[in-house]
Structures are given as C-alpha cells and as structure tokens.
Design a protein around this ligand. Sequence first.
Ligand SMILES: Nc1ncnc2c1ncn2[C@@H]1O[C@H](COP(=O)(O)OP(=O)(O)OP(=O)(O)O)[C@@H](O)[C@H]1O
Ligand SMILES: [Mg+2]
Length: 425
Amino acid sequence: MDNNDVLLKVENLCQYFKMGPTMELKAVDNVSFEVHKGEVFGLVGESGCGKTTTGRSIIKLYDITSGNVYFEGQRICAGIRSYKDAVRAAKAEYRQEAGEVKKLIKEDRKNGVTEVRAEYSERLKNAEEKLHAVMVEQTANIKSAKFDDKYCNKQYAETQMQKVRENFEPQLAALNPESAEYKELEKQFKEELRLAKKDRIMNKMQMIFQDPIASLDPRMTVRDIIAEGLIIRGVRNKKYIDEQVYKMLDLVGLVPEHANRYPHEFSGGQRQRIGIARAIILNPDLIIADEPISALDVSIQAQVINLLNDLRNSLGLTIMFIAHDLSVVKYFSDKIGVMYFGKMVELATSDELFAHPLHPYTKSLLSAIPVPDPDYEKNRKRIVYNPIAEHDYSVDKPVMRDIGNGHLIYCNEAEFERYKAEINS
Ligand SMILES: Nc1ncnc2c1ncn2[C@@H]1O[C@H](COP(=O)(O)OP(=O)(O)OP(=O)(O)O)[C@@H](O)[C@H]1O
Ligand SMILES: [Mg+2]
C-alpha cells in the first residue's frame, strides 16, 4: 500500500509511569505500528497490557516518555527520553575513553615520559568531538520534539488558515469590493478563517472511552454532550448545532427526542451510541474505540459493531479498535496488533494472523475463542502462555522482526528461525 495512505504512525512509543522515586511502570514499551486510511486496526491483549494507555497517549492525554506519533504525516506527539539516553550514553563513553587515556598518561609519567604522546591527545580530541557531535544532534532533536509536541495544533491551525485564504482570496480579487456579492463572500471568508484558527489537529481523532457510564457527564443533557465539541471549536450558530446533533443522533440510531434526556436514562448500548455520536460530530478521520462493547450484552455488542462498521463506510472513518480478545476483532479488523505486558508481540493482517499465528501468546489468545462446534468444544484445550518457560532472552535478545507479508513478530534470532520453519512447513 502507498505510504501516503498512512493516517496514523506510531513509532517506538514508550509510556512509562512513575511508581515512587526510582521505580517505573513500562505501561507501553517501544510499540510501533501504522494504520492506513480506511482501515480498522484491532489492538488486543489481556487486561493491563497497555491498550488504553496506547490510545490515550496517541490523543495526547499523556506526555509520552519516548517515541513519536504522526498523524497524516505531521508529528503530534514526541517524547524525549531516547534523546536524553543517547546524551547520557555518549557522556559515559567519553568518560570511559578519557579515563583510559589519563591512565596511560599516568603510566607514562611513572616511566619517566613527561611529554603526552600525540596518539593520546588525538584519542582525547576524537572523544571530545564525538561527544560534541552527539550533544549538538540530540539537543536539536529534543528542541524539535518539544516544539512539535507543544505546537502541533497551532501548526495545524496555521495550515488550515492558509488553505482558507488560498480559497477565498482569488475569488474576492475577482469581485468588485463595492458589490453585495463581495461583502457576502467576505463575511463567509472571515467566519471560515475564524473557525480555521480554532481548528485542532487533535479534533481529527476522537476516542470512544472504555467505560460508557463514567465517560458521560451525568449533569449534561445528551444534546449538550454531543454538541460540546462543536461549541469548543467555536461554532455559535444554534440552529446549525441543533441540526448537527439531530443528524448525529440519527446516524447512531437514536431519535431527536433523546436529545433532552440525561445519560442515566439510557441503557449501556444506547450510552455507547451517545459516545459514538459525540466522537463523530467533529467529522474526525480516526476513531479510537476503547473496548466499546465489552460492557454490553452479546446481542447489543453485534449492534454496536455493525454501527461502527456502517459509519466506517459512510463517513470514511479509520478505526483503531481495542479489545481484550481476538474473537471480537476477527471479522472487523484489517490488521491486528497483539500486545502483552506493554510490548507489541505480533502484528499482521487479520487473515495472516488467524492463518499463521506464531507468537505463543497469540496462540493462547486464539485457544480461548469458543467455536460453535460441540465436538470440537469438548476437546478444545486452552493454551496457557507462560513467558518464563517459553522464552530464553538471557543472551539472544528479542526485537520486532518481519517474517514476510508485513507479519511482524517479537522474538530473538533462534525463535525467528523456528517461526520461519513453522510458517513454511
Ligand atoms: N495514569 C496511570 N498512572 C499509573 N499507572 C497507570 C496509569 N494508567 C494505567 N496505568 C497502568 O498501566 C498498565 C496498563 O494499563 P492500561 O489501562 O493501558 O491497560 P489495558 O490494556 O487498557 O487494560 P484493560 O483491558 O483492563 O482496560 C496497568 O498496569 C495500569 O495499572
Ligand atoms: Mg483499557
């Protein structure tokens, strides 16, 4: 697929939480993936593996520790830990080299050589230059990361304003400034410019939160909940807002009469629909749906999935769908990422993952899916994943490796060879 089609790119994302003065919890550790336009990307893994944290990091609810997130090619999140680590490593290397050279000079002195040998000065000079180069490079990286992280919305608003100007200015230039037509167009131009100034790249992605009860303010009416995004965005036209709210209610299968009610008057499935309506009113490109159905009855689960699927087609949405088991994402996702304990352990297209699951954790998740066949079910064995027994990473270290067809797997060299044999057998 064309690289221009990448809507969301997550690159070496790390989100570490401080747990006391020295401890850190690596909730998300070096996770990378890409989501193409129009795709549904399923992110699965057991409770606590870092799925929600990944979603919340992408929409900037946290300052990420390290890595980058790009949306439509623009960097929206950037952590600086890796750059700081590079500086620290370079300083340590410099200290080591300088220490060794000093030792050699000292030995020379002991042996009566008072002059510092040229090769020693050369080594010191090289070490200094190397450190300096790293410092310059990483300082620039840190500066640009901080800038992009902080001003991504502002940069986006500026490009949007520029687009509005480019659209209106030539049209205005062709008209007589005294004409009514000019005045009307100018009014429209000013209004669009005002809205573009408030446009936020972060509005292009919306999250549907895991808990439909906690994520809706009980004191707000459904209308106010759904309209909130528009109002924050600076829309003032009440009639337009009402129209949009009704349109969203209709899209998610609710009726206008629901607008004046409060969240507690709705069932779980309906609340999730309200959450979806709130998410789509700003016309986002990406929806991050965080286990939108796990709190619902099975029959309602299918309805919400169908709704998301319909919206994906009618609104051209790209969806990142978080779930804790594979059965839910199987038919709905184009691509699936499996997370375990903060790490992405396997990443492949949905078809590929189900045809050739390789990582033992993926296999264990698959073995948990019930099959509508009583004979098979009787004998179905759940595979339990035990990482300590499964992997020996003491010497041969694991990284993400591509086994072909964009099928990525977190493994060491020895496992990689084994998986390759397995996939070809
Ligand atoms: N704000 C926070 N501060 C500290 N630790 C956190 C924070 N948010 C999450 N965690 C921890 O990070 C880890 C990952 O949590 P996360 O909520 O991302 O998991 P999850 O995969 O979404 O799980 P679930 O399926 O239960 O929703 C957990 O150990 C959690 O306790
Ligand atoms: Mg979660």
